[in-house]
Design a protein around this ligand. Structure first.
Ligand code: PAD
Ligand code: ZN
Ligand code: ZN
Length: 390
């Protein structure tokens, strides 16, 4: 049992044909999974800022493509040789695979599996072909996940089997935003009890950093955002103070140094701007401060810095997916969510049917919610994460 029946599935997918244009909801053909591949019926997918970076052209991926990388679904069929999942299993596809065999997977701390398709994106499966076709043309995959489709195909090493009782419309956030933020605090920075943390950017990922800092026992968690509508939610999930750089004359790093008696223990940049990356570095304590880059800056931008900032002892680091080894960690994070160890579901501010994906992106870009008719469920005034349901 379990092998694919070689059936092509016709279904709806959101295809991005051109940069800076809305998605077209198209009928696509999804080929059956080849050896070591898994075809998944998507149930829910979050909209992450990284998807929008592609549409805007600030991060590169080959077009036309099916975006989306923060989803959850149910295995429909599996290719030859697949042993870790079976049809009917609940799964989360992971944009950061874990092949288990490469040098990085074998290293106890490494998580950037060499099979990742992010840095020079091919847009294909590992055999160099795509499983999506639309109007007779091959359509590219995105980060090996492509969750903006009713069905998708992923490599077996990029899929994590999760608790059969888990709510897929919530745990989809574990596919990217939540894990990235939470792990950046708990695993990458290794936030210590009693410490002071500064989190730049209070979107879905930044709020997950706040939750990670809280779980790690931080005494002070200072949220920084230019949009004050984000402050209430940040405080709800653990921020002890929130400030806007626009309320101060002096640079925000100076403000934070004063607030923390000389520099914070841990800082996080969760926006994706090089100026705030510098502020985050400079606001951490000169000798033992740790600053973590979480946000993705545009491909074209470079940083330059005075090396003295590091010579004094600061640590500057970054990681994808919160430093987690994906397939090992995703099922555990789902269990922790089920055990209510963190309020991840409070990040979901909007739920839309998949067909309204363009509205979901408008919400992300608007930064401020408006009343929207239709099936929109608006739990909060502010926009944190929009989840699309299929
Ligand atoms: P988001 O757009 O929901 O949140 C960004 C927040 O930053 C918003 O609340 C903004 O108001 C705020 N902001 C913008 N400009 C400034 C500024 N100059 N000063 C202070 N605050 C500001 O994004 P998100 O939470 O979905 O993602 C955040 C970043 O993380 C983004 O760059 C995304 O690409 C990146 C990301 N990285 C990974 C990873 O694996 N490292 C994974 C997922 C997302
Ligand atoms: Zn993401
Ligand atoms: Zn690997």
């Amino acid at each position: 049992m379990g092998w694919s029946h070689n059936r092509v599935i016709k279904c709806k997918a959101a295809v991005l044909w051109e940069l800076k244009k809305p998605f077209a909801i198209e009928e696509v053909e999804v080929a059956p999974p080849k050896a070591h591949e898994v075809r998944i019926k998507m149930v829910a997918t979050g909209i992450c800022r990284t998807d929008d970076h592609i549409i805007a052209g600030s991060l590169f991926a080959p077009l036309p493509l099916v975006l989306g990388h923060e989803g959850a679904g149910i295995v429909e069929s599996v290719g030859e040789g697949v042993t870790s999942v079976r049809p009917g299993d609940k799964v989360i596809p992971v944009f950061l695979p874990q092949c288990g065999k490469c040098k990085v997977c074998k290293h106890p701390e490494g998580n950037l599996c060499l099979k990742i398709d992010v840095f020079k994106p091919s847009g294909t499966m590992q055999d160099g072909t795509t499983r999506f076709t639309c109007r007779g043309k091959p359509i590219n995959h995105f980060m090996g996940t492509s969750t903006f489709s009713q069905y998708t195909v992923v490599q077996e090493c990029a899929v994590a089997k999760i608790n059969a009782a888990s709510p897929l419309d919530k745990v989809c956030l574990i596919g990217c935003g939540f894990s990235t933020g939470y792990g950046s605090a708990t695993k990458v920075a290794k936030v210590t009890p009693g410490s002071t943390c500064a989190v730049f950017g209070l979107g879905g990922v930044g709020l997950s950093v706040v939750m990670g800092c809280k779980a790690a026992g931080a005494a002070r968690i200072i949220g920084i955002d230019i949009n004050k509508d984000k402050f209430a939610k940040a405080q709800e999930v653990g921020a002890t103070e929130c400030i806007s750089p626009r309320d101060f004359q002096k640079p925000i790093e100076e403000v934070l140094k004063e607030m923390s008696g000389g520099g914070v223990d841990f800082s996080f940049e969760v926006i994706g701007r090089i100026d705030t990356m510098m502020s985050a570095l400079m606001c951490c304590q000169a000798s033992y401060g740790v600053s973590v880059i979480v946000g993705a800056a545009p491909n074209s931008e470079m940083l330059s810095l005075n090396p003295m900032l590091l010579l004094t002892g600061r640590t500057w680091k970054g990681a994808l997916f919160g430093g987690f080894k994906s397939n090992d960690s995703v099922p555990k994070l789902v269990e922790d969510f089920m055990a209510k160890k963190f309020p991840m579901d409070s990040l979901i501010s909007h739920v839309l049917p998949f067909e309204k994906i363009n509205e979901g992106f408008e919400l992300l870009r608007s930064g401020k919610s408006k009343f929207m008719p239709g099936n929109l469920v608006c739990k909060d005034k502010e926009i944190i994460r929009t989840v699309l349901t299929f």
